[in-house]
Design a protein around this ligand. Structure first.
Ligand code: FE2
Length: 278
């Protein structure tokens, strides 16, 4: 799969985000622009490294449109964050709107994909719409599932970076980024600990403490679909930063140890699962 030319789309996206520069307290939105371009970079990397992914079917490897749709979806996946923050001053979907649905509507209303083929448009829209779903629909077509997986892996990889940063320093946007969880270093939710131990990925709405967030990020490791993403995470050192404070909580020892084992598995080829439901 060859690399994808996105220069016009990058310009479109930036022009769109500039409309939100004037709103008060817009710093978190500037972070969303940075997040978007990093997610795009990760998505391009996944698509370029597909031939090395043992679990990706041959027809996907040769499917230029699916690759293009995946990276376009990465670029536009969070465009709804801008009107979301502008209207509600939060990124918490539970207190505002589903930002993926809003991104889908913005893409449609702004006609960002007008130059693309009908199939690329449909695949990219589907990937944007589903990128934040806790559980994906089980009967997705293979190409649609591929595009969604690329966006979700790329998105998670950058969220690890953002959260590792926010979990180690006090910044003004911390509250918005941490989605309003309580910063009590000795506390965590038993339900989230149980989720780690049973391999369940908790939803954002279940989180109450910062340590819950750390555990949630740990469970995401098992959700990464592509080897290139798992390796990038393992080599980044970000997961160690996220998990480190949990080492001081003896009551969480079993869960923490399990997460470190999963991190170690990310370093080896063919670690984790690919292609299944979640
Ligand atoms: Fe998102």
């Amino acid at each position: 799969m060859s690399s994808v030319d996105l220069s016009e789309h990058r310009k479109n996206f930036l022009r769109y985000t500039e409309r939100f520069n004037e709103i008060p307290e817009a710093a978190p939105l500037r972070l969303k622009v940075e997040h978007t371009f990093r997610v795009l970079e990760h998505a391009c990397r996944i698509v370029e490294h597909l031939p090395q992914e043992v679990s990706v079917p041959r027809e996907i490897l040769q499917d230029e449109e699916a690759g293009r749709a995946a990276v376009l979806a990465a670029l536009y996946h969070d465009c709804g964050r801008f009107p979301q923050f502008s209207r509600y001053r939060t990124f918490l979907d539970a207190r505002s709107v589903n930002h993926a649905v809003l991104s889908f509507k913005v893409m449609r209303d702004e006609d960002f994909l007008r130059q693309e083929s009908r199939r690329v448009r449909a695949l990219a829209q589907c990937a944007v719409l589903l990128h934040n779903r806790h559980i994906l629909p089980p009967l997705l077509e293979r190409d649609a599932r591929f595009a969604v997986d690329v966006v979700r892996d790329a998105d998670k990889l950058d969220i690890f970076r953002i959260m590792a940063g926010y979990l180690t320093q006090a910044l003004p946007e911390k509250d918005a980024v941490l989605l309003h969880v309580k910063d009590e270093p000795d506390r965590w939710s038993k339900e989230i600990e149980a989720a780690v131990l049973t391999g369940r990925v908790p939803g954002y709405a279940e989180l109450r403490f910062v340590n819950d967030f750390r555990l949630l990020l740990g469970t995401w490791m098992g959700e990464l679909r592509f080897e290139v993403t798992r390796r990038a995470l393992a080599e980044s050192g970000l997961m160690e930063i996220v998990l480190e404070p949990l080492n001081k909580l003896p009551g969480l020892h079993t869960a923490t140890k399990l997460l470190y084992r999963q991190l170690e598995a990310c370093r080896s080829p063919r670690a984790g699962s690919t292609g299944g439901g979640q």
